[in-house]
Design a protein around this ligand. Structure first.
Ligand code: HEC
Ligand code: HEC
Length: 316
């Protein structure tokens, strides 16, 4: 018996040592030299600001305004906090992506961090940074984003490091992924292209209910909870084609819902208006044809009956 327990302890110790020391194991950063062109930077600017929203999370969002647009001057500089109030196992701080921090990173190191979740020194990133989605898109789109990041004005912004709670502080090493890239579908193939954009935009990160960073709800059926600093709770909408979701919506209504934020400057929310974490101002500038493809794809999802109470005001 004692021997069995002893062997068990050795097994557990070996497993812990393996996770702590041998992982993450996604291989070395690729040998990559991106040839930057104005077109590539423009594509990267579009993706980073209006589709993949790197510039939304890697900025400080100003929730004194409706939909929390990034504070001017913090774009790309990081500092947004994702923590236990969102049900996450720790406190994760988005990092500075401007050349002030990344100038001496190689393109390959950046590429690996974005698509595998392993940072320059080999440590793992928590998947609130949507690298699992970025691992499934076209490398050419990642190259474009990197070319754009290189073109940002440097912003000095020293940030507190992220910290994960035990045991996630250990298990985080099992989270990085080896990418499984694919080519960007032809935009004429509306549904495949829409699915590609939904993956790149990581809509599911907010629109699939999750607990401690793990999805527990039906895909894109909404109900993910955000607890705001004032105690209010905001829940994401059901995007499936059920009556409790986007079932009754037309494509024109869907596009108009986004574009309503295109030409209006961010403003404090009106007294009757509930706050939201949905980055409306950033997505508002997505190309109309891209928004249309997203709608076409969402309409092909299984319809999930999930009536979401979007807003609960702070309790007494
Ligand atoms: C949902 C929010 C979110 C989005 C969207 C997002 N990130 Fe992140 N990113 C984070 C957080 C939070 C961290 C820190 C994670 C940690 O500390 O474990 C991070 C870390 C990183 C790192 C590691 C930097 C370092 O200093 O180690 C890079 C590089 C990065 N992100 C690039 C990007 C790019 C490029 C995009 C867009 C394609 C992007 N991120 C989109 C939240 C986000
Ligand atoms: C940072 C979190 C977040 C991300 C990322 C996000 N959403 Fe949302 N979304 C929300 C929340 C919260 C709501 C509910 C509050 C509101 O309507 O603004 C919402 C609402 C919506 C609505 C309105 C539905 C209605 O009934 O009025 C649509 C449409 C939508 N999201 C689509 C998307 C799509 C498509 C993506 C990806 C391109 C996406 N969202 C990404 C958080 C997010």
């Amino acid at each position: 018996m004692a021997i069995l327990i002893g062997l068990g302890v050795i097994g557990v110790t070996a497993a812990i040592a393996y996770i702590a020391l041998a992982l993450p194991d996604v291989g070395p950063a690729p040998d990559l030299k991106i040839k930057s062109t104005p077109q590539l930077i423009a594509r990267g600017r579009y993706l980073a600001n209006h589709v993949m929203l790197c510039m939304d999370c890697h900025a400080e969002r100003d929730f004194s305004l409706y939909a929390g647009p990034p504070r001017p001057g913090t774009l790309g500089a990081g500092g947004e906090v994702f923590d236990r109030s969102m049900g996450l196992p720790g406190r994760f701080v988005s990092r500075n992506l401007t050349p002030a921090r990344l100038a001496d990173w190689s393109d390959g190191e950046l590429f690996r961090a974005i698509t595998s979740g392993v940072t320059r020194d080999g440590s793992a990133l928590f998947p609130i940074m949507p690298y699992k989605q970025y691992a499934q898109i076209d490398p050419r789109d990642i190259h474009a984003v990197i070319a754009y990041l290189r073109s940002l004005p440097p912003v000095d912004n020293a940030l507190e490091p992220s910290s994960a709670d035990f045991p996630v502080s250990l298990l985080i090493n099992t989270m990085p992924v080896k990418p499984s890239f694919r080519s960007r579908p032809d935009p004429a193939d509306r549904i495949a292209y829409g699915e590609y954009l939904v993956t790149a935009a990581a809509c599911a990160e907010c629109h699939t209910r999750a607990l401690r960073g793990k999805p527990v709800g039906e895909y894109l059926a909404g109900g993910f909870e955000f607890r705001m600093p004032d105690g209010a709770i905001i829940r994401s909408a059901n995007l499936t084609p059920h009556a409790t979701g986007l079932g009754a919506w037309t494509k024109a209504q869907f596009i108009a819902r986004f574009q309503a934020f295109k030409n209006t400057p961010p403003s404090p929310r009106a007294a009757h208006q509930a706050q939201t974490t949905m980055p409306w101002y950033m997505y508002a500038h997505m190309h109309e044809s891209d928004l249309g493809a997203i709608f076409d794809y969402l309409q092909t999802l299984p319809a999930v009956d999930n009536r979401v109470t979007v807003f609960s005001p702070p309790g007494p």
